[in-house]
Design a protein around this ligand. Structure first.
Ligand SMILES: CCCCCCCCCC/C=C\CCCCCCCC(=O)SCCNC(=O)CCNC(=O)[C@H](O)C(C)(C)COP(=O)(O)OP(=O)(O)OC[C@H]1O[C@@H](n2cnc3c(N)ncnc32)[C@H](O)[C@@H]1OP(=O)(O)O
Ligand SMILES: Cc1cc2nc3c(=O)[nH]c(=O)nc-3n(C[C@H](O)[C@H](O)[C@H](O)COP(=O)(O)OP(=O)(O)OC[C@H]3O[C@@H](n4cnc5c(N)ncnc54)[C@H](O)[C@@H]3O)c2cc1C
Length: 676
């Protein structure tokens, strides 16, 4: 039975420790979900979709994935995604990307699947870079899933430096075709998700060569497999790159071309073109072909925020039912969630999840504005958004990795078991530190922008600074943190500005001493990446404050203010040395920040479970359901972890027989031999 108690859903038969937590919460989790996901409708649709999915047995895992071989994992993820395909039109609005993302992550989870990149990396570049005629030819087929595609950019020898990609697309004047070629082993495409065994099409990034001139990376639509037999087309070598740290339900692949010909019309040519006579038509921005990467990066804050939120939902729920050790009362052991160290481990990460999601939705909107502007020929916003998303992508992926690892440790031994599901979430999330631009490389992209901005401010042209970096020209006026969030922002601005200036000055000094520009840059790179991180963390703080300010519901605003204060104090404490160094922050202020942090932990404690419940991940999504009795179990909403852990262990294939061949073949003979 389900009853609503103080606006909170309490279910009969749940672990009483979790029920007690849900009763103490000061807010309604449905209302919080509306704030997290942006509207009542979006939050409600997620619940409706989860509910509908839970009634379709074929969408549940048929076996626990950690017990499967790689082939079985791929078979299982493909079974689920094709079953889902049948149900999709009934379950979601097919034009709504958020609903599509939600239902896929719910059903497929983190292990990956052959269609995951079809929607996020194959269709979007086709939409962004393809002309109307090309949309007509491929987009409908792709959306209907008549063809399956991937995004093939990275090569064995080059990923970060895409100007040096070696795959060539040489224009043949005589046949009006492009000839795709892989000149060396290093030039093999390497890593693209779903390329290895599943895709029959790829958006391939290759260096465009016309009359021996290299025009740099361009995007081409390439059919790589026969649509009937699924065999690779002649001139194509393609396969799987083997097991990875995670994503083992997906077939990341390699791809090589042996003078493989495609028609001239396969260059994605909305913004650039090669005419019949070989004339090259330039795009309106040099980096137009990189626009798809900005798009993916702009989605990563919200994505990573929800990855971390899933790990925290598991860890916080488990911490509320795990009892170990004593505080004052020696007759009952305490919930481990009552330990200050446990709270310090988990609550700042909860705050970051909220912060990343809020920041993420703002960034996605910024990208949509950019996309609309680009469509009408205005590319002036690209540089700003490239810089911003480069920083956000790097900071959130790193901090998400930290947060998930804390969640794992917070679950003690059971966190290390695959029954927790946390290792799978971790493996997937930290891939984000590498994919879509290695973090250091992307931080250095933002640093270019910061250095230029500092130079403008130094040249007395603060009016030329965009709103994102206007603070670089602000005067240093000491602040009293007691006055609230704005003072924290000013303190952070001072820290970030000082580091950007320090790094820029060091860079200038190096060049003045005769070191070349590139070498000077490299000798300052650590300081430059520090500046980029500080700038990005400041931006995330500002978006958090903006979001909380915009909330009208008082009960929600109060708890989110507690979370925001925790975030402000935690972030500032983490970077305080920068402000202590030049005396901008006093040691008294430092003591104040620490005390505020500890008091925030206490304030959040009664709301902790409801703060993670508010993300409204279903047990299926956390792989904590026992629909068919076999799955990971630690983050279950009902909190019954122990008996389900035991069931999980019993379902291990190793336990299907009492005496394993490893014993009969090796251990027994060894022991027998020892007896002689
Ligand atoms: C609906 C279904 C959903 C299913 C859900 C399932 C859920 C399961 C969970 C799954 C979770 C996750 C899925 C995983 C997905 C993995 C996808 C991974 C995809 C990839 O990794 S694709 C490959 C990405 N590769 C990269 O990112 C490469 C990085 N490198 C670069 O981008 C560039 O090389 C560079 C570093 C930017 C340098 O480029 P370049 O050398 O050309 O430029 P310079 O450094 O010289 O700079 C010159 C100048 O140009 C400016 N600039 C650079 N880039 C841009 C840009 N994009 N826009 C605007 N301006 C740009 C730069 O700032 C310089 O300007 P300046 O001269 O300073 O003024
Ligand atoms: C899970 C996953 C999925 C992926 N999916 C796809 C996909 O679908 N399609 C696709 O095309 N690719 C994909 N990739 C590839 C991915 O985009 C690249 O691996 C990534 O861009 C990093 O490039 P790299 O491997 O060349 O790293 P490298 O550049 O070789 O990085 C190695 C080290 O060198 C450092 N380094 C490199 N250049 C610089 C520099 N200029 N300054 C300072 N340090 C530097 C890096 O910081 C890093 O520490 C995927 C990768 C992963 C892990």
């Amino acid at each position: 039975m389900t009853m609503v108690f103080l606006n909170k859903e309490i279910r009969d038969g749940d672990n009483p420790d979790l029920t007690e937590e849900r009763k103490t919460a000061t807010f309604d989790t449905n209302k919080m979900a509306e704030v997290i996901y942006g509207s009542e409708k979006l939050a409600r649709r997620r619940r409706e979709i989860s509910q509908a999915v839970s009634l379709i047995p074929e969408l549940a895992d048929s076996k626990p994935l950690p017990f499967l071989s790689r082939n079985e994992k791929i078979l299982e993820s493909t079974r689920k995604v094709t079953a889902l395909n049948e149900h999709l039109p009934r379950l979601i609005n097919m034009n709504d990307e958020d609903e599509a993302w939600h239902i896929h992550s719910e059903v497929i989870g983190f292990e990956g699947n052959p269609l995951a990149l079809h929607h996020s990396l194959f269709i979007p570049p086709l939409v962004i870079q393809g002309s109307d005629e090309q949309h007509e030819k491929w987009l409908g087929r792709a959306k209907r899933r008549e063809i399956i595609g991937c995004y093939a950019q990275t090569e064995l020898g080059h990923g970060s430096n895409i100007r040096k990609l070696e795959t060539t697309a040489t224009y043949s004047l005589s046949t009006q075709e492009f000839i795709l070629h892989t000149p060396t082993i290093n030039a093999l495409k390497w890593w693209p998700g779903a390329l290895g065994k599943s895709s029959n099409h790829a958006v391939v990034v290759a260096s465009l060569i016309i009359k021996e001139q290299n025009y740099g990376p361009h995007l081409f639509m390439v059919q790589i497999r026969d649509e009937q037999s699924h065999e690779p087309l002649p001139g194509i070598a393609v396969g799987d790159i083997g097991p990875k740290m995670a994503f083992n339900g997906a077939d990341n692949g390699f791809l090589g071309f042996n003078n493989f010909r495609i028609p001239r019309g396969n260059l994605l040519n909305r913004h650039c073109n090669v005419e019949v006579d070989g004339t090259y038509v330039r795009p309106p921005h040099d980096k137009m072909n990189y626009a798809g990467m900005i798009r993916v990066r702009s989605r990563m804050a919200a994505e990573q925020g929800t990855f971390m939120a899933q790990a925290l939902t598991i860890a916080v729920r488990y911490s509320a039912v795990r009892r170990q050790g004593f505080l004052e009362n020696k007759s009952q052991e305490v919930k481990v969630l009552d330990y200050q160290t446990q709270q310090h481990r988990l609550f700042p990460a909860i705050a970051r999840s909220y912060a990343f999601i809020f920041c993420g939705f703002e960034t996605i909107q910024k990208y949509e504005t950019l996309q609309n502007e680009m469509n009408s020929g205005n590319v002036s916003l690209m540089a700003d958004l490239h810089a911003l998303t480069s920083g956000i992508k790097s900071v959130v992926t790193y901090q998400t990795g930290e947060g998930i690892e804390q969640a794992r440790m917070a679950c003690g031994g059971h966190g290390y078991s695959m029954a927790s599901y946390i290792s799978e979430i971790y493996g997937c999330a930290i891939g984000g530190c590498t994919y879509e631009g290695e973090n250091m490389v992307m931080l250095l992209q933002l640093a270019r922008y910061l250095v230029k901005s500092v130079e403008l401010a130094m040249r007395g042209k603060p009016g030329d600074l965009g709103p994102m970096v206007a603070y670089l020209a602000y005067p240093d006026i000491k602040v009293d943190l007691v006055t609230g969030p704005e003072a924290y922002v000013k303190m952070f601005q001072h820290i970030s500005k000082r580091q950007s200036i320090k790094a820029t000055e060091k860079f200038h000094r190096k060049m003045e001493s005769g070191v070349s520009r590139d070498e000077a840059w490299n000798q300052c790179a650590v300081e430059l990446t520090r500046a980029s991180r500080l700038h990005t963390r400041l931006y995330i703080i500002e978006t958090f404050i903006r979001r909380v300010d915009s909330i009208e519901d008082l009960s929600i605003k109060m708890v989110l203010t507690d979370l925001m204060n925790l975030h402000l104090n935690y972030e500032l404490l983490d970077v305080a040395s920068y402000a202590l160094e030049d005396g901008f922050m006093s040691s008294t202020q430092m003591g104040f920040i620490k005390n505020q942090l500890y008091s925030s932990l206490e304030k959040i404690r009664p709301n902790a479970v409801s703060l993670v419940d508010s993300f409204q991940f279903s047990d299926l999504q956390l792989r904590s359901n026992l629909l068919n009795f076999l799955f990971q179990v630690l983050g279950r909403r009902d909190g019954h972890v122990y008996q389900n852990l035991f069931e999980w262990a019993k379902s291990s294939p190793l336990n299907q027989t009492e005496v394993l061949p490893s014993v009969t073949q090796y251990l027994k003979p060894m022991m027998e031999k020892a007896k002689l």
